[in-house]
Design a protein around this ligand. Structure first.
Ligand code: ACO
Length: 429
């Protein structure tokens, strides 16, 4: 029997259908609220209680610490799948057959060549630019160089836009890195695997042949998978809302990149390593920083801790922590920031402030330590997050368009001045 929610406003009763997801999550469908009540709306800053859509892509249970893409656990995917397989799964809903994966990879690689004009745009950026700013700008510029991708009415057109985004993105990432590091630009190499090509674009040194390192490639593949989607977070919601106006895929992705940049979202991975470095340089006293994080008069937050949805361990953080240990060990890197991170985690998990507020390490707490061990500059960490999140954003955009969702347009409660007469200030003075 279908469930109903009742609401009483000023003595009038209204009923709304209750909908349930496949994992029994419950929502009151208030689609008719404003019309039925003649103007009443809901208000929910930060959308803490608001579902913006019904989605079949990613399931996450923040209380239990569960994350699944299309029903497959993040633990299984991180262990057994490749990033490209995971991307296909997120975007098209099923794991690809061998043949489907080969075709997908070939189609993506056919979109590798970077337009000369993009590199010319890059030349105008100062060397000190933040690479996220470069990535966002170049992604938006793709609209100009691939105008055919702005048409996404047929399945073929959608597929073309998707493979172009996945084909161009590794080069855009490396353009951002190599510009800010004063390195010669490289082009993507279709003879290499997708992640091997990314490794070469990131790590190849001037005048030297690049030797693939399996430890780095495996860790990179895993990190990209772990970041690939996370349901209706700030950047995914941004992508969906931009796309809901039927702006192009590249315009929507640009919005996602900019939303991710903030330190409360993807920018946290850069903020975490800067925080850990500060603590090391300040004598390594983790307890002092724990006290600062708890002090309400102090704006300092323990970066990489807490999450809007997880009120338990972020399952990705467990995998990243284990990977950080393995990678540093395999690469023979000793990093004092890893010791500080572990000390902070231990103290936080025993401290009533963090325990009561259910604040646990999130995916970004240990990821920067791995990127650092690989030799990636700190301001590139969020760019690497964006590279991983690309298939998730694409999947969210595609689902929103396929489901023919209406344009995103929230309401507000106006708190400004009531009507007042215009009097020219030049008359008064
Ligand atoms: N350090 C110290 N206190 C914290 C932290 C933290 N990292 N995170 C939350 N709190 C406290 C808040 O001060 C608040 O305390 P109060 O109830 O006494 O006022 C309480 O915990 C709840 O915090 P909110 O900010 O209301 O929680 P919200 O869900 O809005 O924010 C967020 C979640 C933004 C992730 C927050 O935990 C945070 O700022 N963390 C640090 C930044 C970070 O790591 N971001 C990455 C998130 S993962 C991702 O986007 C990929």
């Amino acid at each position: 029997m279908s469930k109903i929610a009742s609401l009483e406003i000023n003595g009038e009763k209204y009923e709304f259908p209750v909908i349930e997801g496949t994992e029994n999550e419950t929502a009151i469908n208030i689609k008719t609220l404003r019309g039925a009540t003649k103007g009443v709306i809901t208000i929910d800053p930060g959308f803490k209680n608001t579902g913006s859509c019904q989605s079949a892509i990613t399931y996450l249970d923040g209380e239990q610490g569960i994350l699944r893409y299309r029903g497959y656990s993040i633990e299984d995917l991180a262990e057994k799948a490749s990033f490209l397989e995971t991307s296909y799964l997120l975007i098209f809903g099923e794991l690809p057959s061998k043949k489907e994966l080969e075709t997908f990879e070939t189609d993506i690689k056919s979109k590798y060549p970077t337009p000369d004009g993009l590199v010319k745009i890059l030349e105008g950026f100062p060397k000190e630019s933040h690479p996220m700013g470069i990535l966002g700008s170049l992604t938006c510029a793709l609209n100009a160089f691939f105008p055919e991708c702005n048409q996404t009415n047929t399945e073929n057109e959608v597929y073309n836009a998707i493979t172009t985004a996945l084909g161009q993105f590794p080069t855009l990432v490396s353009l951002a890195l190599r510009k800010t590091q004063n390195l010669t630009q490289l082009t993507s190499d279709p003879k290499l695997g997708y992640v091997e090509n990314i490794a070469q674009l990131l790590f190849k040194k001037e005048g030297e042949a690049y030797e693939q390192n399996q430890i780095i490639n495996d860790a990179l593949d895993k990190l990209l998978i772990l970041h690939a989607d996370h349901e209706q977070n700030c950047s995914a919601s941004t992508v969906r809302i931009i796309g809901s106006s039927h702006a192009s895929l590249f315009a929507s992705l640009t919005g996602g990149i900019n939303a991710l940049w903030g330190p409360l979202h993807g920018g946290a991975n850069q903020a975490v390593i800067e925080m850990l470095e500060n603590i090391v340089n300040d004598g390594g006293d983790s307890k002092k920083y724990m006290e600062k994080a708890k002090d309400k008069q102090d704006s300092f937050r323990l970066m990489g801790f807490g999450h809007r949805v997880y009120k338990n361990f972020d399952p990705r953080a467990r995998i990243v922590k284990k990977t950080a240990d393995e990678v540093l060990n395999d690469l023979g890197v000793k990093d004092p920031t890893l010791d500080i991170a572990k000390a902070l985690e231990k103290e936080a998990l025993e401290d009533p402030y963090f325990v009561d507020r259910k604040l646990y390490p999130n995916v970004d707490f240990y990821s920067g330590i791995i990127y650092r061990a690989m030799g990636i500059p700190t301001d590139m960490f969020t760019v690497l997050f964006a590279l991983g999140r690309l298939p998730g954003w694409i999947a969210q955009w595609k689902e929103m368009r396929t489901n023919k969702e209406p344009i995103g347009r929230p309401r507000q409660i106006y708190t400004g001045e009531k009507h007042r007469e215009f009097v020219s200030s030049t008359v008064n003075s």
